[in-house]
Every structure is written in C-alpha cells, then in structure tokens.
Write a protein that binds this ligand. Sequence first.
Ligand SMILES: [Zn+2]
Length: 64
Amino acid sequence: MAETTLKGQRLRGGVRPSKAIEGVRVCEQSNCSTRLSRYNKREFCNQHAPITYPRVRGRFVDEE
Ligand SMILES: [Zn+2]
C-alpha cells in the first residue's frame, strides 16, 4: 500500500493575471507613445489627432 500524502504541496492563492493596464492607451501613431486619458475617446494624442475644425458660423477661426 503506497500511502502518499501530499503535504507541503499547497496551492498558493490561485493564479493572478498580470495586472493589465486597463484604461491606459497610447497614441495610435506608431512612433508616438503619448498616453491618452481613458476619458479621451480619441485614438490620437493632441498632436496627432486629425484636425477637425469646429463648426464656426461663416468663417474659420484660427485658434492656437
Ligand atoms: Zn501622438
């Protein structure tokens, strides 16, 4: 009779997935690693965001 007791072989608290960096995104521009806020819905940082002109009545306003 082989009585094997597996003492001392405890499982330690389960496997945790490595902490995923959720909510942290970077600019889609491949050479740009600017982090985007999770609240920012855009794929690009401010510098690489496609330029969209806000609707201005009648004329373009050059801001910046
Ligand atoms: Zn960028």
